[in-house]
Design a protein around this ligand. Sequence first.
Ligand code: ZN
Ligand code: ZN
Ligand code: FE
Length: 763
Amino acid sequence: MNRLANGEPKGNLSRRIIEIKGIVQGVGFRPFIFQIAKRYGLHGWVLNTSGGVLIEVEGEEESLHAFLDDLTMQLPPLARIETISVIEAEAAGYQDFKIRQSQAQLGEYISISPDVGTCAGCQRELMDITDHRYGYPFINCTNCGPRFSIITDIPYDRQYTSMQHFQMCDTCAQEYEDPDDRRFHAQPNACAQCGPLLNFIGGTPLQVINGDVIKLTVHALQEGKIVAVKGLGGFHLACDAADETAVTKLRLRKHRYGKAMAVMMKDLEQLARYCELSAAEEKLLMSPRRPIVILQQRKGAKLAPSVTQGLPTLGVMLPYTPLHFLLLANYQQPLVMTSGNISEEPLVSSNVEALEKLGGIADCFLMHNRDVINKIDDSLTRVIASREAVIRRARGYAPEPMLLPEQLPEILGCGPEQKNTFCLTRDNHAFVSQHIGDLDNLPTLEYYERMIAFYKQIFRINPRIVAYDLHPAYLSTQYAKSIGNVQLLGVQHHHAHIVSCMLENGITDQVIGIACDGTGFGTDGNLWGGEFLLADYRSFTRLGHFKYVRMPGGEKAIKEPYRMAYGYLYSLFGKGANAFPKYIESIEADELLLMEQQMYKHLYAPLTSSCARLFDAVSAIINIARIARYEGEAAIRLESIIDERVIDYYDFDLQEYILNPAPILQGVYDDLENDIAPSTIAAKFHNTLTNAITKVCREISNLTGVKKVCLSGGVFQNAYLLKGLVKHLTKEGFRVFWQQKVPANDGGISLGQVMIAHYNVSK
Ligand code: ZN
Ligand code: ZN
Ligand code: FE
């Protein structure tokens, strides 16, 4: 019913100028607009700008209304509108509807879509023998495929991606140009005639081996070989997850001894044979973000024991690139797919780097010639209390912005030392970076600095305010201080944890902040980590904390929980520590003497109020984990053995908001002496913390009237503790908030930092 086409006078028509911001590029937004414009016979144009999407559309009033309704109600699956402005204007006399050339505007910016797992449509075509792209490992469309990992700049157009070197063939070009095609302006569009291709490198010495690359890979895996597989954000190291020899070999070569490895399963059906699965977990696994989800293993699941090193949980992901689908469809068995890196360095992402760095680990290489521009790890999440809690926020999530409750100036939050992320703000957006890693090696530090520069460039942010952690030795702190010409603000670690939790939950008033954490630098110079705060965006009052104890050997006590146990016993019982013979006798005599001196003389024995260290101590006393081979191992093992039927708990001592765990340790030890099962002790210990923290909240609330509680810090990755607290506190009338979108661990610190800086520097 196009009246213009029917020759109606132009005067009956009107025009709308529409500006949309949000995730509207690389998600099929323009063809979507094109199609609804056509549906209602409207004329005009749509284009990508550096700031979003601009539309001019004209026609009858009624059709314009229908257009706007469809525009907001029928969005493509990955699109997200944050703001939309509509201006009325006189008709301009457009004769058709066009998708115009993208416009770059100085200083404008746009949200960039994270990478998206292969959609159902592409999966079907991939496996359809009659399809043009049958078996093509780089199939994608406007709804799926690489995004953030391949871009060099905005707007998101092919010329600003690593696809710029591939000239589309006629078939691909036709799809790309056709607004009715589901690959219309799909920037990474390609096929076997024109796009990226796989190659296989194997043998001794390593050489390119010709043949069916997928078959060669499958064969290598069957032989128990380790294959470096180039994925979306970098390389994986893959081997058969049921092959104990292969998994052990991978661990030895990678020097990764303790930490569980992630497994990729072919599909939900295969997965169900190995793991328990709730509806929420299934939804998460199948989501386009395709994270690794931590699941409970089924009893008797036949994976190599070395995959999880005895833990009852397993990190699982489903295929998320066409290459993964092809590989798993041909291999049929679960594959270990662990990060392709050496020790704690960032992921390896280029072919040259892979041969150089992974040469000592992998037997062969499954590579391709589409470059990874921005390396990005797999994301790791867990369902706690029926909701997703992100533990490592990376592929599929970053760089999607967090929406802030108010407009912020351009601020950089440098983040902490471990599990670093940084955060940049502009308007009401907080761009929390992907997981960067531990900033204790040069390659990670370089990755950190490169990514800060990249985020500044693509989001057009030039921060004049920089927030950093109070810990003077953190490399992120030193980085902040090396930036000239900015206003600097040091932010206390646990204040940042709590504000991070407030922000993602949209809380703007004062809260009771319970930070249960590893260690973070306190304003008194001690290592905090079990903090009871009254906090808002601007400041906090430390009303109480876990009682200070000494850590014999400092940092060393973190890696060796048996030291922490001694630190607790000696700090809380003094000479009375000898009343714990079953534990004391397990330590070498000279070691004991050394620790005693450190404690007595206060040498290399800093004070800490860390909650995570109490977990360490308990794990060591009951001999669950005397040594931590990776960060948090002792606590993870303690949680993993809990007997959930146990409702009993230990005594605790809370005075003036100081929690003295002496009665808890006494109770744990007595149970140990009485041969009570470790699974019971673990449950009682967790139940005790739930009771103690609930009491803390009750007392603070009585004092202040505050009824909102924010729970943050790495300890709250513990599902049992978090669930228990949410239940208890809710029952007592509190509103309880915890971290879901950004990690409760130090990956969430940078988000808190920027808001605190805003309130202290720019407001
Ligand atoms: Zn697709
Ligand atoms: Zn092609
Ligand atoms: Fe922390």
